[in-house]
Design a protein around this ligand. Structure first.
Ligand code: ATP
Length: 237
């Protein structure tokens, strides 16, 4: 059974049908990417999986449990986390205080300290700046902090909403290397990206959303060669 199973979900904002009968799976050990134009419903999909927007219909299971009606904090405690678009770092807090916020669902104090050490080992830049305000970090470092904060919740599946947005090419490269590394260490990833080429290069499977519906899904190499996708998202055609 898949780690995450999204089955026929629909979401509306008033009269706007943002998601229409969307199904998607993420298996253990996979990177799955969701592609689509602005307004296609990608962010809404991640918010719906987290439980931050209500479903009109459909269901979601995570780690063999039906979480369709579970509050977001319950899903986070199960290991389903979201790194939101725009990072949402608290710039008036220090790096370390931001990291601690990521663990606020957890009660196991010693494990939290161990997690923090592991994150500092992975992100030496954050370790050096642990007592500095997050506002002092570059955009790329803030994105690393957002990912580090999500790691503090001990995720089994990390959802990332446009993590490369606004980053320099060097940081985009580092970010994708990090995603691959985290995945190799056992983390499943659901990645929403505008950087279609890079996303397809790291993903095991891909899904394309258009106007709230899944229009293509499958192997990233096949999708990358598809003329429709090339014309729409890869700057060809
Ligand atoms: P982007 O990349 O621009 O964030 P997206 O693919 O993530 O786009 P969503 O943000 O999920 O798309 O938006 C899907 C649709 O729902 C759009 O038509 C959008 O205008 C609408 N929408 C999103 N959030 C709201 C909201 N809070 N209230 C009303 N309509 C919304």
């Amino acid at each position: 059974m898949a780690l995450l199973d999204v089955s026929g979900i629909s979401v509306s904002y008033g009269r706007v049908n943002a998601l229409k009968d969307v199904s998607l799976q993420v298996k253990e050990g996979e990177i799955v990417t969701v592609l689509g134009a602005n307004g296609a419903g990608k962010s809404t999909l991640l918010k719906a999986i987290l439980g931050a927007v209500p479903l009109k219909s459909g269901g979601i299971t995570f780690a063999d449990r039906d979480v369709t009606r579970a509050q977001p904090h319950k899903r986070i405690a199960e290991g389903l986390v979201l790194v939101p678009e725009g990072r949402r770092i608290l710039i008036s807090l220090t790096v370390e205080e931001n990291l601690k916020l990521g663990a606020h669902m957890r009660r196991d104090g010693t494990a939290i300290a161990g997690e923090m050490d592991a994150i500092y080992a992975r992100f030496p830049n954050l370790a050096e700046r642990r007592n500095m305000l997050a506002s002092c970090l570059s955009g790329g470092e803030q994105q690393m902090l957002a990912i580090g904060r999500a790691m503090m919740a001990k995720p089994r599946l990390m959802m990332l909403d446009e993590p490369s947005l606004g980053l320099s090419p060097l940081f985009v490269q580092k970010l994708f290397e990090l995603i691959v590394e985290l995945n190799r260490d056992g983390l499943a990833v659901l990645l929403v990206e505008q950087n279609t080429g890079k996303a397809l290069s790291v993903a095991h499977r891909a899904t394309v959303l258009e106007l709230g519906r899944v229009t293509m899904a499958g192997d990233p190499k096949t999708l990358a060669d598809d003329p429709r996708l090339q014309a729409a998202y890869l700057g060809a055609g």
